[in-house]
Design a protein around this ligand. Structure first.
Ligand code: NAP
Ligand code: ZN
Length: 347
């Protein structure tokens, strides 16, 4: 076994703290990565605080992982020691079912193995708030050389989670796209939708984010609590991506869609939303959802970001600041993703 150290949650209420644990030995198809940076996704907070249920402690969160390859198994082809490498939200899947064969491993019929709080060979997986990780080669991504590594980390979740639905709904020039919530996912939705040629409208509860939203590429910014500003957008939007992490009024956003258009949920509120059927019936509208993206699409997204020089806006922290960073994420006070610098951290 390989000794690893990081930070874990030990129950739903206490702060994360130091944890020594073990990674498996490097198998024939495995890659050992020295983790250099790991982003803090709101899903880490939902999971470690058991807001979705099913938390298994000790729980090392983190699924926006970038680092350097330290060792490869005998049959590994894509990577060699010293290469940059990335790991996102999944570390395995059955590989045989229809979704897996369609490059949609996130929808594996047998259940994907997620990077943390999932079962793999009878052991609970542990995430990227740690100094080392061992992952089967198929689930390790190549990182474009021209991008700043720390700013790439959140692409592994926030990037692909917003890229995938924008691609699926074929967003491009001439489309008016709404982005609800300007956090980690939201700020990437703005950058990506803009890069696809869309007209982007940000809906935010935070007036202090207006200037940033414009700098990130938004054509318009609506303070969602302002009814007058909301009314001006009625029946005018082609696609809405909803990144909000808590319950909110969906009906007021469905009303902003044109006929036959879609609101796609990517935010995973722990409490259910309440919405009456009229919101869909009037205008034949759809409420949909999207979960991260498959491996091939994640690689496509990374390559696209490399080609277009797109990365995340981050605040770099050391591990000892992880608990206070969680509190700031909960207050919508992060520009726009915290990224843990593993080498600068005393683990
Ligand atoms: P985040 O950085 O905290 O951003 C969420 C944003 O939502 C906040 O910045 C805030 O934006 C807005 N918001 C928060 N609470 C709100 C409330 N009560 N009412 C209205 N707006 C509110 O979180 P994130 O990391 O981007 O993740 C967002 C959600 O997506 C989380 O639930 C996460 O678990 C989920 N997620 C899903 C997937 C997937 O595959 N579907 C992948 C990753 C994450 P403003 O200040 O601009 O209003
Ligand atoms: Zn995430």
């Amino acid at each position: 076994m390989i000794a690893a150290k990081g930070y874990a949650g030990f129950d739903a209420k206490s702060p994360l703290k130091h944890y020594d644990f073990e990674r498996r030995e490097v198998g024939d198809h495995d890659v050992l990565i020295d983790v250099l940076y790991c982003g803090i996704c709101h899903s880490d907070i939902h999971t470690v605080r058991d807001e979705w249920g099913g938390a298994q402690y000790p729980l090392v969160p983190g699924h926006e992982i970038v680092g350097k390859v330290a060792k490869v198994g005998a049959k590994v082809k894509k990577f060699k020691v010293g290469d940059k490498a990335g790991v996102g939200c999944m570390v395995n899947s059955c590989g045989e079912c229809e979704p897996c064969k369609s490059d949609l491993e996130q929808f594996c019929n047998k259940g994907s193995t997620f990077t943390y709080n999932s079962l793999e060979d009878g052991k609970v997986t542990q995430g990227g708030y740690s100094n080392k990780i061992v992952v089967t080669e198929k689930f390790v991504l190549k990182i474009p050389d021209n991008l700043e590594l720390a700013n790439v980390a959140p692409l592994l979740c926030a990037g692909i989670t917003t890229y995938s639905p924008l691609k699926h709904w074929k967003i491009g020039k001439g489309d008016k796209v709404g982005v609800i919530g300007l956090g980690g996912l939201g700020h990437m939705a703005v950058k990506l939708a803009k890069s696809f040629g869309a007209h982007v409208i940000v809906f935010t509860t935070s007036p202090k984010k207006v200037e940033d939203a414009k700098r990130l590429g938004a054509d318009e910014v609506v303070i969602s609590k302002n009814q007058n500003e909301m009314q001006k957008q009625l029946k005018s939007i082609d696609f809405i991506i909803d990144t909000v992490s808590a319950p909110h009024d969906l009906k007021s956003y469905m009303e902003l869609l044109k006929r036959d258009k879609t609101l796609c949920m990517v935010g995973v509120s722990p409490e259910p939303h309440e919405i009456a059927s009229g919101a869909f019936i009037w205008g034949r509208k759809s409420l949909s959802g999207s979960l991260i993206g498959g491996l091939a699409e994640t690689q496509e997204m990374l390559d696209y970001c490399g080609k277009h020089g797109i990365t995340c806006d981050i605040e770099k922290i050391t591990m000892d600041k992880v608990n206070e960073s969680y509190e700031r994420v909960l207050k919508s006070d992060v520009k726009y993703r915290f990224v843990i610098d593993m080498q600068a951290s005393a683990l």
